[in-house]
Design a protein around this ligand. Structure first.
Ligand code: PMP
Length: 440
């Protein structure tokens, strides 16, 4: 019943044998297609298209009001207390994390940021500009909360931020963010949740700052939640943004400029340099309204059913290795990462596309350290093989679901994978490229 909520569901693509089939998109962890409601909103809002916070014309005023009011819609969607939190629009989750890392480094240059071994590069590399350490994971790739607490004790109050993904973009593990928040707060630290994969799949509640398990900072991207590319959100305590001048300066960031003096505007304007992405925000707001109409609890239940259905069947495919815990999957969502023994992730992805019109992603999903961990790649192996330019990298195939996927599509995937393992040599000869450089 959710199928026709998104654009492009009936798009036909050519197979290698020239037959046209319905495209099956199992790459939603990368980007989701836009909701039809979002596209309609963009079209109808185009009549009101104008620059905001500048003109006094009717359209400009109306656009400015909608842009400013949208912050409350975003805040409500993730349970952020608008009296305590600033809602800052950015380009995407990556920009949000970089921005926060730059801001926090100004005040806490000697402190430690505790990240984890399961992060996307976007929630790892920005923190490497300062002192960083990583919370360990267990053999099945789950976060080790004991290690989190041990590290907080070890750094004895120097950890000012624990940063963790809400949902892993590799294994789909849902981290216990409120439990982590409670532990972090106990040691006087704050918590950032990378919500890029969390917000599209689960009801998020940042909670009031008076709750011991509240979330201090949250980031997410519109293009993973059925709106177009180019808008994202950084949410954090107002006090974080009040202190210093912005990194990006220019139009919109200032109250007063004289040849000698600059007086910055208040946040969020101060931190949204240049003409804001009004259309991106209108689209994101509509996506949020549509997700709320579906109801995030319904969405979660449906996507859990998809995951259970896929896991149950995929587990029994000969020669398949599914990563992470496959017996107890209640703390996983919408992602199945796997390999087929004897054939590369690249060749499997190519075969699924060329023979069945199924779009999946393969490689390291911008989470190379986590992948190396899950695949047990040794430090020596990394040094000897991976650090050589253009060497093939270890990786996986990733199937990731969205609300509009259905059980029939999973059946096609299962059929394709059986075909592949039962005729492995044939497909190796056809799709394996011995010189391939697997991009991650
Ligand atoms: N964090 C996670 C967990 C992600 O999956 C992604 C996107 N793959 C990002 C951060 C970065 O998102 P964006 O590319 O939209 O900045």
């Amino acid at each position: 019943k959710y199928k026709f909520l998104v654009a492009g569901v009936n798009t036909k693509v050519p197979l290698k044998n020239k037959k046209m089939v319905n495209y099956i998109n199992f790459d939603n962890a990368a980007t989701t297609p836009p909701f039809m409601s979002v596209l309609k909103e963009i079209l109808s809002f185009s009549n009101w298209y104008s620059s905001i916070h500048r003109g006094k014309g009717y359209k400009s005023q109306l656009s400015s009001d909608l842009y400013d009011e949208s912050r409350e819609i975003v805040a409500n969607f993730v349970g952020a207390d608008i009296n305590d939190k600033e809602i800052i629009y950015v380009k995407n989750a990556t920009e949000a994390i970089n921005m926060l890392s730059n801001i926090l480094r100004k005040d806490n240059s000697n402190s430690v940021v505790l990240s984890t071994c399961m992060e996307h590069h976007s929630n790892d590399l920005p923190w490497r500009k300062g002192n960083i350490d990583y919370v360990k994971i267990d053999d099945l790739g789950r976060l080790d909360l004991n290690d989190l607490e041990q590290k907080l004790i070890k750094y004895d109050g120097d950890v000012k931020l624990v940063t963790v993904t809400g949902v892993s973009n590799v294994t789909g593990y849902k981290n216990p963010i409120h439990k982590i928040a409670k532990i972090a707060h106990k040691y006087n630290s704050k918590i950032l949740v990378d919500g890029a994969q969390l917000v599209p799949h689960t009801k998020v509640n940042m909670k009031s700052v008076n709750s011991p398990d509240h979330i201090d900072y949250l980031v997410f991207s519109a293009h993973k939640m059925y709106a177009p590319f180019g808008s994202g959100v950084l949410i954090g305590p107002k006090s974080t943004f009040q202190k210093n001048g912005p990194d990006y300066v220019g139009g919109g960031t200032v109250d007063i400029v004289t040849p000698e003096t600059v007086i910055w505007a208040d946040p969020p304007d101060k931190d949204e340099a240049g003409t804001p992405n009004l259309m991106g925000v209108i689209a994101l707001t509509k996506a949020i309204k549509t997700l709320s109409l579906i109801n995030m609890k319904n969405l979660e239940k449906y996507e859990d059913n998809l995951l259970h259905y896929a896991m149950r069947s995929m587990k029994h495919i000969p020669d398949i290795k599914i990563y992470g815990d496959t017996d107890n999957i209640k703390d996983r969502t919408s992602i199945v990462p796997f390999n087929i023994e004897g054939i590369s992730h690249e060749a499997v992805a190519k075969m699924l596309s060329a023979e069945y019109g199924i779009g999946v992603r393969n490689g390291c999903f911008c989470a190379q350290p986590y992948i190396q961990n899950l695949l047990n790649v040794s430090k020596e192996e990394i040094k000897e093989k991976m650090l050589i330019p253009n060497s093939p990298k270890p990786g996986m195939v990733r199937v990731s679901f969205g609300i509009y996927n259905d059980f029939n599509e999973i059946d096609v995937l299962i059929k394709a994978l059986y075909k592949l393992v039962n005729n492995k040599q044939y497909y190796i000869d056809k799709y394996e490229d011995k010189n391939a450089i697997h991009r991650c």
